[in-house]
Design a protein around this ligand. Sequence first.
Ligand code: COA
Length: 325
Amino acid sequence: MNKVKIIGTGSYVPSKIVNNNELSHMVNTSDEWITSRTGIKQRRISEGEDTSDMATKAAIDVIKSAKIEANDIDLIILATATPDSFIPSTSCIVQKNIKAVNATCFDISAACSGFIYGMDIAAQFIRTGRFNTVLVIGAETLSKIIDWQDRNTCILFGDGASAAILQSGNEEEILSIYTGSDGSKGKALICPAIPVNNFCANPGISLNKSTVSMDGKEIFKFAVKVLVKLVNVLLTESHCDLKEIKYIIPHQANSRIIECAAKKLGIDSNKFYTNLDLYGNTSAASVGIALDEVYKKNLVKSGDKILVVGFGGGLTYGGLIIKVI
Ligand code: COA
């Protein structure tokens, strides 16, 4: 089996900042409510860039950081719940934009766990020797599927993209990966697509409005439960102790979810790296943006271990432990 290295990370967020006070002019909410219930202070919102545009910028950033050429990339896996179109896939649009002419491209749908699912798939392809250099992207334009009249959801989300390049190497950088799903709870977080409304189906089916709706309490309970489970499973599988982990990078959904999980794990919540105050929940982009920040700010050095965990719609969850080379 080949060993897997992360040779670079990248990210991109739109320049437009929307703070909580601005949202309080759109729905009945306040900076105080949003900050105390979620930890979010502001988010980035697209002024017209679509998912492929942001993904392309994150891809250009990671190619630079990995010091490779676009035509070295064998595979592009793009995780998103907000693709530009049904066809073509957003990964193929990125391929065209960055001229990664040698890449096979596909999108995956695992909501906020998408980046981790993508890393898992990339690692398996590299280990078996099927592909050597894999670009993983998590990118979302959530602002296009948010109901901006719904205060239960519109305060939570933001737009952005993140990326990583994985390659076969001499040393193993991914110590353990774990993923899971629970489709039976899928209704807790939904955004409908087009219903079957062809001439053979029941006439009169109206087109759904494709916006996000959520059972916040159900998601909150699920998130705390799987976060704790993921940390324990990943530590066991990699024979690591929690004390050896420099940072836990969680999906950036809500600071209260992180505080509850920290309490259950018996650790200080400072061990969790967060930037959700600045970006809100960027779904598939979230953990990758945080990981990129950790690397670019030189917060980790060779030998440090980082535990990354995600959860979200599906319901889905997953995580990995990285040993920085
Ligand atoms: N501003 C002001 N009041 C709001 C509000 C807002 N933005 N959103 C909801 N409220 C109100 C509710 O209507 C409710 O009012 P009521 O008591 O009169 O009915 C009250 O605040 C409490 O609502 P509740 O849903 O109990 O709040 P909460 O403490 O559970 O927090 C969430 C709501 C959404 C912040 C929280 O449940 C959460 O973060 N869940 C996880 C969501 C998530 O992370 N989703 C993405 C996962 S990938």
